[in-house]
Design a protein around this ligand. Structure first.
Ligand code: NAI
Ligand code: MG
Length: 506
């Protein structure tokens, strides 16, 4: 098949201030100072729209992680623990303000480094990152224990007062991926700070830049030295060193299910607490009574937003037979019109995939789909030329056992299949995955949609909408999609220990 790429021809221009910022090696943040790696090593960061090198970044490894963990421990026992909740909350709120104040620059960095359209980065990644700090800042002064009446059966007649105190878990190691570099940093850092923990953050080797800029803003907001340490580096070195470091009390990870398992193994020696946000293969179900235009627009953005590089992407589309052709052709028609290009171009609607590795992975899945007999009704291939562009693709004539249906592709590839009735067989097929992160239901009958939603084994279900994230809403997975929840009140428990204090008063 030949693809006629709908590609932006404007030449992308990096804003001069960012070019200047990237003209020297970007150091790492340890103990409130910007420092080189102990080894002196650096690594290259690439523009995924061209494959060109855009930056050199200090390459953290075991020795740097060790210094960062020790700094985090000192800060945990020192100034951070002595700060009042209201002071802590004000500082965290200021981080949110500073993100908004620097929104345009952060969006441009994200567009350059990750490849996503700058307008999307500004409206989604940057806005939601700021809101995460603003939302979480309020919790700093609202983390309450309880008073609990006890029966004390072994001490008849004695009188006690019992209460619980919620205390920060301590030094937290956080490891994040490249699909939402700034937002993943915000999702991780904000609740850790609000609960009074200190952090060593290992950013993804593909996209370290926006979190390093965030590190500057965090210092500007008044976060004391050592409370947030940011160590860029590779997974097998810096990431593994952080996950197994004996000075880390808890590890929070977002990324592949495969690495999630390695994190659990590394943490098991010291029985560190672990939370995980992993992969997905989310069903998006269009019932026969849905508004077809709404479903078409929704199914399109469910899979193609962020070049399909979303753990919650609506990657398995199920459409009731009466609407199947209309909805699937509608999604394909929209997909064909999506304009690809560098994230920094104003007319770009979809950027490149993040890296050569991800391009090879996704085009490998497209080849496997072809081999196993799936048919592409749009897209189906990577684009020739520089940059890691893959055409938005819809595959039909799929079978449940195909790799493209079973495995997370993490690219702009949708598999679509029809169903006859809203019955047990449909629910079983929708739940027929090792994952359980998200799902979508489209219907004109809310009660019916809710009945379907209740039966889906997924941490998030969207009805007549998709990709609606909010700092106040818990997000996370059933089954192999993870442990624990991010955001909302629910995330606080990832970072807190409960202490029961009992006092005899008579
Ligand atoms: P990955 O899981 O290897 O990378 C995520 C983070 O983990 C990065 O910071 C990486 O440096 C770190 N890491 C890698 N190996 C590690 C180790 N042994 N110990 C500690 N940290 C380690 O994901 P990758 O290779 O970039 O992508 C592979 C697939 O994973 C994607 O195709 C996608 O299916 C899935 N993925 C899911 C994400 C999500 O949001 N849940 C995000 C990124 C990838
Ligand atoms: Mg990997």
């Amino acid at each position: 098949m030949t693809i006629r790429p709908n590609i932006s021809t404007t030449k992308a221009v990096t804003p001069p201030a960012i070019r200047e910022w990237l003209s020297t090696v970007r150091p790492m943040l340890i103990d409130g100072k910007w420092v080189a790696a102990q080894s002196g090593k650096t690594f290259e960061v690439f523009d995924p729209a061209t494959g060109d090198t855009i930056a050199h970044v200090a390459e953290g490894d075991k020795a740097d992680v060790d210094l960062a963990v020790k700094a985090a421990r000192r800060a945990f026992e020192g100034p951070w623990s002595r700060m009042t909740p209201s002071e802590r909350g004000r500082i965290i709120h200021r981080i949110g303000d500073l993100i908004l104040h620097n929104a345009d620059e952060l969006a441009a960095i994200e567009a350059l480094d990750n490849g996503k359209p700058k307008a999307v980065a500004k409206a989604a990644d940057v806005t939601l990152s700021a809101d995460m700090f603003h939302y979480m800042s309020g919790w700093a002064s609202k983390i309450e224990g309880k008073t609990i009446p006890i029966s004390a059966l072994t001490a008849p007649g004695a009188e006690f007062v019992s209460m619980t105190r919620m205390e920060p878990i301590g030094v937290v190691g956080q490891i994040i991926p490249w699909n939402f570099p700034l937002l993943m940093a915000a999702w991780k850092l904000a609740p850790a700070l609000t609960t009074g923990c200190t952090v060593v953050l290992k950013v993804a080797e593909e996209t370290p830049l926006s979190a390093l800029r965030l590190g500057e803003l965090i210092l500007e907001a008044g976060v004391p030295a050592g409370v947030v340490n940011i160590v860029p580096g590779f997974g097998a070195t810096a990431g593994a060193a952080l996950a197994e470091h004996p000075g880390v009390d808890k590890v929070a990870f977002t990324g592949s299910t495969e690495v999630g398992r390695l994190i659990v193994q590394a943490a098991s020696r010291d029985l560190k607490k672990v939370s995980l946000e992993l992969g997905g293969k989310s069903p998006n179900i269009v019932l026969g009574d849905a508004d077809p235009e709404l479903a078409i627009a929704g199914a399109t953005s469910a899979i193609f937003f962020n070049q399909g590089q979303c753990c919650n992407a609506g990657s398995r589309l199920f459409v009731q037979r009466n609407l199947f052709d209309k909805v699937v052709d509608g999604v394909a028609a929209r997909a064909d019109k999506i304009r690809l290009g560098p994230g920094l171009n104003e007319d770009t609607e979809m950027g490149p995939l993040v890296s050569r590795v991800q391009y090879d992975r996704v085009t490998g899945y497209l080849a496997s789909g072809r081999q196993e007999g799936a048919r592409a009704i749009c897209g189906g291939e990577g684009l020739a030329g520089s940059g890691y562009f893959v055409a938005p693709t819809v595959l039909v004539e799929t079978k449940p056992e195909m790799k493209v249906v079973r495995e997370e592709i993490f690219g702009p590839v949708l598999v679509a299949s029809p169903f006859n009735e809203v019955d047990d067989a449909l629910i079983a097929e929708a739940n027929n995955t090792i994952y359980g992160l998200a799902a979508g239901v489209w219907s004109g009958d809310m009660a019916r949609a809710l009945r379907v939603a209740n039966r889906l084994r997924a941490g998030t279900v969207w009805i007549n909408c998709y990709h609606v994230f909010d700092a106040a809403l818990p997000f996370g997975g059933y089954k192999q999609s993870g442990w624990g929840r991010e955001m909302g009140q629910a995330v606080l428990s990832n970072y807190l220990e409960t202490k029961a204090i009992t006092s005899r008063i008579g």
